[in-house]
Design a binder for this molecule. Structure first.
Ligand SMILES: *Cc1c(COP(=O)(O)O)cnc(C)c1O
Length: 382
C-alpha cells in the first residue's frame, strides 16, 4: 500500500545532506555549542532575507512569543487580542504572563483574524494584538496596523507558519511576514517551512530599543554577564541548529515555490472535479499576500470531514486536522480567557477543516494518490 505522509523531512535532508553535514561537522569540531559564530551569522542572513532591522534568535517559537510579550511591559489583567483558531502557543503565553487572552473569531474564508474581529473585541484595557498568519499567508496587516497605531496598541505577529510570505501594502510596498508589527515571531520547529533539526525560534523587530530588550530578556535579563536588570529567561538557538538553518535559509525561496506549486496542483484538480464546491472548498489565496502553504487546508462540506479523514488514513494517506478544538473551548483556558465576541467561525472550521500532505518533496504522482482517495470517498458514497 502507498504510504503518503504529511511531509518527508528525510527526503528534504538528503538533497542538502552534503551542505548540512559540513556545517554541522564544523560546529562539532569547534565545540562552540552555545553562541557559536553560526548563531550570529544565521541571524544576519535572516535579517537580510526578511528585511527586518533586527533578528533575535531564541529557543523556539513559543519562547519568541513569550519574550515579545515580556518586552512590552504590560500589566496584570491587560487584554491581548488573539484568534481562537490557532495553535495553543499564540494564546498560552498571554495567560502564562498573567495577561488576559481575549479570543476572537476568524474569517471563514482565510482562517485568519481580520480587523473586523479585532474591533469587535477591543476595550479600554486592550494593550496588544497577536495576529496569526495561519497556514502560510499574511493577515491583512495594513488595516490592522492602522487600527493599532491609532489606538496605541502593540502588534506581535505570529509568523510561525508564514516565513517567506510577503504582504503587499496598498502603495505597492512589499514586506516579509513578521516584519510589519512591533515584533514578529517565528518558529524553526522541524515541520515548519524553515525547520531545523530540533527546536528553534526568532523574533524580528525594526525598533532598536525593543531589539535590545528582546535580546536581554532572552538572556536572563542581562546585558552584562552576571548583572541582571530585569527578570528574563534562558532561550537560545543552539549553534548546531543555527548551522543547519543557515544552510536551509539558502533554499527557502525554492521551498516556498515547491509548496506553492503542489498547492496549485491540488486546487486545480479539485476544482476541475468539483467546480461547484459541492464536496470541498479549496484554500483562498488573497491578492495582497503571497501564500507559502505551511498547510494546504480544505473545508469539507456536509459533515463529511471525519469520514473522509478516516477513509484516507485507512488507505495509507495522511490527512490532519488543524485544529480540532478552538482555544476558547480548551479546558486550560477556562476562567482565564475571555471571548471577545461570538466565535461561530472558529467552531465551524474546527469541524470542517482537513489539511492534506504538502511539502517540498511531494510529487504529482503522490498528490494524484491523495486526490484519488478524496474522489473515491465521495464518488463511492462512503
Ligand atoms: C508552531 C507554532 C508556534 C510555536 O512554535 P514552537 O517552536 O513549536 O514553540 C506558535 N504559533 C503557531 C501558529 C505555530 O504554528
Amino acid at each position: 500500500m502507498n504510504e503518503i505522509k504529511m511531509l518527508n523531512l528525510k527526503g528534504q535532508y538528503e538533497k542538502i545532506k552534503e551542505e548540512v553535514d559540513v556545517a554541522v561537522k564544523k560546529v562539532m569540531d569547534s565545540s562552540a555549542f552555545i553562541n557559536g559564530p553560526q548563531v550570529a551569522d544565521f541571524g544576519k542572513h535572516l535579517a537580510e532575507f526578511t528585511g527586518a532591522g533586527y533578528v533575535i534568535t531564541c529557543g523556539n517559537g513559543t519562547d519568541a512569543l513569550q519574550i515579545a510579550l515580556m518586552a512590552l511591559g504590560l500589566e496584570k489583567g491587560d487584554e491581548v487580542i488573539v484568534p481562537a483558531f490557532t495553535y495553543v502557543s499564540s494564546a498560552e503565553v498571554i495567560a502564562l504572563l498573567g495577561y488576559t487572552p481575549v479570543m476572537v473569531d476568524v474569517d471563514p474564508a482565510t482562517f485568519e483574524v481580520s480587523l473586523e474581529h479585532i474591533m469587535a473585541a477591543y476595550t479600554k484595557r486592550t494593550k496588544a494584538i497577536i495576529p496569526v498568519h495561519l497556514f502560510g499567508q499574511n493577515c491583512d496587516m495594513e488595516p490592522i496596523m492602522q487600527f493599532a497605531r491609532s489606538h496605541g496598541l502593540y502588534v506581535i505577529e505570529d509568523a510561525a507558519q508564514s516565513i517567506g510570505s510577503e504582504y503587499i501594502f496598498s502603495d505597492g510596498k512589499r514586506r516579509q511576514s513578521g516584519t510589519m508589527g512591533d515584533v514578529g515571531c517565528t518558529s524553526f520547529f522541524p515541520t515548519k517551512n524553515l525547520g531545523c533539526y530540533g527546536d528553534g525560534g526568532a523574533m524580528f523587530t525594526n525598533d532598536p530599543d525593543l531589539a535590545a530588550r528582546l535580546k536581554m530578556i532572552a538572556n536572563h535579563g542581562q546585558k552584562q554577564k552576571y548583572h541582571h536588570s530585569v527578570i528574563g529567561c534562558n532561550s537560545r538557538l543552539d549553534t548546531i541548529q543555527a548551522a543547519v538553518l543557515d544552510v536551509k535559509l539558502r533554499h527557502l525561496g525554492e521551498y516556498c515555490m515547491e509548496r506553492r506549486a503542489a498547492a496549485d496542483y491540488y486546487t486545480a484538480c479539485i476544482k476541475e472535479w468539483d467546480p461547484d464546491c459541492r464536496f470541498a472548498e479549496t484554500p483562498v489565496v488573497k491578492g495582497n499576500t503571497t501564500h507559502v502553504f505551511h498547510q494546504y487546508t480544505l473545508k469539507i462540506k456536509n459533515g463529511q470531514r471525519d469520514g473522509l479523514k478516516k477513509y484516507l488514513n485507512d488507505n495509507g494517506i495522511a490527512a490532519m486536522i488543524y485544529y480540532p478544538l478552538p482555544l476558547n473551548r480548551q479546558k486550560a483556558f477556562e476562567g482565564i480567557a475571555v471571548e471577545g465576541e461570538q466565535l461561530y467561525n472558529a467552531a465551524a472550521l474546527a469541524k470542517s477543516v482537513l489539511s492534506l500532505p504538502v511539502d517540498t518533496e511531494i510529487t504529482r504522482d503522490m498528490q494524484d494518490v491523495v486526490l484519488k482517495g478524496i474522489f473515491d470517498y465521495f464518488e463511492t458514497g462512503k
